[in-house]
Design a protein around this ligand. Structure first.
Ligand SMILES: NC(=O)C1=CN([C@@H]2O[C@H](COP(=O)(O)OP(=O)(O)OC[C@H]3O[C@@H](n4cnc5c(N)ncnc54)[C@H](OP(=O)(O)O)[C@@H]3O)[C@@H](O)[C@H]2O)C=CC1
Ligand SMILES: N[C@@H](CCC(=O)OP(=O)(O)O)C(=O)O
Length: 412
């Protein structure tokens, strides 16, 4: 089907979805869960094709891990949809109703956006997460996943549509762009007559391209050059645990850390322990002071800028909190940043001064995730200044409408 015809299908189907009540939407989501279970073997088989292609192209291990599906990961997607089912319907809600002196009653109501387009990385779970959030928030979804995940995405969308056919929601509420040519993205982001919002989810190249070429409104997600600052007063056992988790639990994701900043007063004590902890799994690159304490690859200016998405960690020793904040302000990408400290005042200063979507005290940056925040899943992690910012769940996928009830009032 051509892109325009897919959009026409979406438009027709989303008008029905918009009027569907919560039970109908939840039943449709449950039907999709059942279909995903039923089609699990097929989905895994198609995912293997993407993995073999990626291996042939020598894609790095951490990115193949991002692409890979397993029974557990499919169960994770289903769990995400079931969490969305349990969440409150974000549509037609009002927390603001007031009556004017002339007895006009005004309500500020939440309503669906209409049709959301998403361009995303080679992570097949996003296909299901985006669908689940869009459906519950009453929006049609147009998907443009990575060419490297095309077989997985086709299989997932086939299973989702099969599930929808056993529900009262039309299968046209989800459409996948199967043409992997990047030129289709350019066409998609200019379809103002059909698409209400485009979310580019990926690296700087994608975001810049969309921001410069889109005529449809967009929300920028973004690169995660994330840091942990270990302050002088830190509980060092906690610091090591947090760094290990934020670097190695899933290095191919945007909320993994790339650089650790160490307060100079504790550098000689903590760095040897950090080295012992990571040396067999992570390539360590360090500043000059770090090089004097542990054996590391010398870091260059490029290392402070880079999002490795890999088992590589840059280390820099800093004079104090101010220098840590200055480094993060210069090189950070406003995604997720953390301080490990027992000093309350430093913790508060860090949280207030760091300009990022998520700022942690004594915890791993890996929690910047819609599922972890209690949103069921996320449509992306917005790193722009304007709202919405951070993981975008159901409440971020609506717009508002003022509904006004009168009984014949006219303006004098
Ligand atoms: N903040 C957030 O929510 C998220 C941030 N990210 C960030 O994304 C990056 C990693 O993802 P990566 O796989 O490299 O993503 P890319 O940015 O390379 O690709 C993401 C998607 O955009 C498409 N794309 C990329 N560039 C263009 C372009 N110029 N024109 C049209 N389409 C384009 C890709 O298509 P194709 O692959 O077919 O070429 C793919 O579908 C990291 O920086 C990570 O931090 C990732 C996910 C979430
Ligand atoms: N949801 C993710 C984080 C966001 C994301 O998808 O990022 P990425 O793996 O870079 O595509 C997670 O932590 O599991």
């Amino acid at each position: 089907m051509s892109l325009i015809n897919q959009c026409k299908e979406l438009k027709k189907a989303s008008l029905i979805l918009e009027m569907a009540n919560t039970n109908v939407k939840n039943d449709a989501l449950e039907s999709v869960c059942k279909s995903l279970i039923k089609n699990q073997d097929f989905i895994l088989k198609e995912n293997q094709k993407d993995i073999q292609n990626a291996k042939r192209k020598n894609i790095k291990e951490s990115l193949i891990d991002r692409l890979a599906l397993t029974e557990d990961r499919i169960q994770g997607m289903i769990d995400g949809i079931r969490r969305i089912i349990d969440l409150k319907d974000p549509i037609w809600q009002s927390n603001k109703v007031w009556t004017l002196e002339n007895n006009l009653t005004i309500s500020k109501m939440t309503v669906p956006l209409g049709i959301i387009g998403i361009i995303y990385e080679s992570r097949p779970n996003v296909t299901v997460d985006a669908f689940g959030l869009a459906l519950k928030s009453g929006n049609g979804i147009l998907l443009r996943g990575s060419s490297s995940a095309i077989c997985s995405n086709k299989a997932l969308v086939k299973a989702i549509k099969e599930g929808l056919r056993n529900s009262k929601i039309p299968e046209g509420v989800i459409e996948l762009i199967e043409d992997t040519d990047r030129n289709v993205v350019k066409e998609m982001i200019r379809l103002n007559d059909y698409i209400d919002l485009v979310i580019p989810r990926g690296g700087k190249g994608l975001i810049d391209f969309v921001v410069q070429n889109a005529t449809v409104p967009t929300i920028e997600t973004g690169v995660g050059n994330c840091h942990i600052f270990v302050d002088e007063s830190a509980n060092q056992k906690n610091a090591l645990k947090i760094i290990e988790n934020a670097k190695t639990q899933r290095p191919g994701v945007c909320n993994a850390i790339e650089t650790v900043l160490i307060h100079k007063q504790i550098a000689k004590e903590i760095l040897p322990n950090l080295y012992q902890l990571l040396k067999d799994r992570v390539e360590l690159r360090g500043c000059e002071i770090t090089q004097e304490i542990i054996p590391v690859v010398p870091a260059t200016e490029q290392d402070w800028q880079e999002e490795y998405l890999d088992y590589i960690l840059a280390i820099k020793v800093v004079e104090n909190l101010e220098q840590a904040i200055a480094h993060i302000s210069k090189y950070g990408t406003k995604h997720s940043e953390a301080i490990v400290t027992e000093n309350y005042s430093n913790a508060k200063t860090f949280q207030r001064r760091i300009d990022a979507a998520a700022v942690y005290v004594n915890a791993s940056t890996r929690f910047t995730d819609g599922g972890e925040f209690g949103f069921g899943a996320e449509m992306g992690i917005s790193t722009q200044k304007m709202l919405p910012r951070g993981p975008m769940g159901l409440e971020e996928l609506v717009t508002i409408k003022y509904t006004i009830q009168g009984n014949g009032q006219i303006r004098e």
